[in-house]
Design a protein around this ligand. Structure first.
Ligand code: SAM
Length: 272
């Protein structure tokens, strides 16, 4: 096992945690003023840190034992082995850790789950989750009462991870999509980009946790796939980049943009 040591605390290195997960970190831990990232092999990590090789041991259990369910909107997001620790009255959203981005430990995921939890699901809206990662936002929408949900991701490794998370949350595969007993909705994960999503009908909700520059580039495509009166829920935006996204929303005729912040991160909701 290889450990990459980075000076600082998990809080102070918040902006680098995605880089570590993306590079293949299987667990992160804080020891005093050092962040330890655990890897199965030495990887190309574009950060200044120090590698050491340690004898294999039960290190996974070490970081697993410190994880707790994370509260976000209507849900307590937890890995499957912590399902029994979800407090009574809270709704579990089970997500396996270390397979794809979207475990609930990042502000942007929590902001998006909160925004989805606050909207009305009475009319069973159709939802598109762009950059679905672990599938967490698509799953939240499906569990909240969406009619049809599609989660799309450019990274092929995310699709089996998202599908596994669907199974963990009680969804059953039926041909190319998932259904949940007792619910009329459907859930589909697909590899690709927004332009590859079959657009038989427009979507009522588009949720995307990407980054500001990509929202700017994709905004005209968001406009094309969203129904009149539909809602876009956009996050992954650093506070300083909010004007870029607000300008792009205005350029494409979205209205009523409302933002909220957690730490360095912003979420914007707007209407088509
Ligand atoms: N939706 C999850 C969440 O909110 O926690 C994961 C978000 S993660 C920050 C961003 C995801 O977007 C990654 O899984 C990445 O592969 C995917 N992605 C990046 N660019 C994309 C694009 N142009 N089209 C589709 N997916 C993209």
């Amino acid at each position: 096992m290889w450990i990459f040591r980075l000076p600082g605390t998990l809080d102070a290195r918040e902006v680098d945690l995605d880089t570590l997960w993306s590079a293949g970190a299987q667990g992160l831990e804080e020891h005093g003023e050092t962040v330890l990232a655990y890897f199965s092999e030495k990887m190309d990590v574009p950060l200044l840190g120090e590698w050491t090789e340690e004898p294999d041991q039960d290190w996974q259990e070490g970081w697993k034992k410190d994880l707790k369910p994370v509260q976000a909107g209507a849900f307590a997001i937890a890995p499957p082995w912590l399902a029994s620790e979800v407090p009574p009255g809270q709704r579990p959203l089970l997500i396996e850790v270390g397979m794809a981005f979207g475990t609930g430990h990042h502000e942007t995921t929590r902001l998006a789950v909160e925004a989805l939890s606050e909207r009305s699901w009475a009319l069973q809206p159709r939802v598109l989750d762009v950059g679905t990662g672990s599938g967490v936002l698509a799953l939240a929408a499906a569990l909240l009462g969406a009619g049809e949900v599609i989660g799309v991701d450019i990274d092929p490794v995310t699709i089996p991870a998202a599908e596994e998370n669907a199974r963990l949350n009680g969804f059953l595969r039926l041909d190319d999509h998932f259904v949940r007993p007792g619910s009329a909705g459907t859930l589909t994960f697909m590899e690709g980009t927004l332009s590859e999503v079959p657009a038989a009908q427009p979507f009522d909700v588009l949720v995307a946790n990407l980054y500001a520059e990509l929202h700017d580039i994709l905004m005209s495509q968001y406009r094309e796939v969203i129904a009149p009166g539909g809602q876009v829920v956009l996050t992954g935006i650093l506070t300083g980049k909010l004007p870029l996204v607000l300008d792009a929303l205005a350029r494409e005729g979205f209205q009523n943009a409302q933002s909220r912040t957690q730490g360095d991160w912003v979420l914007v909701v707007a209407q088509a």
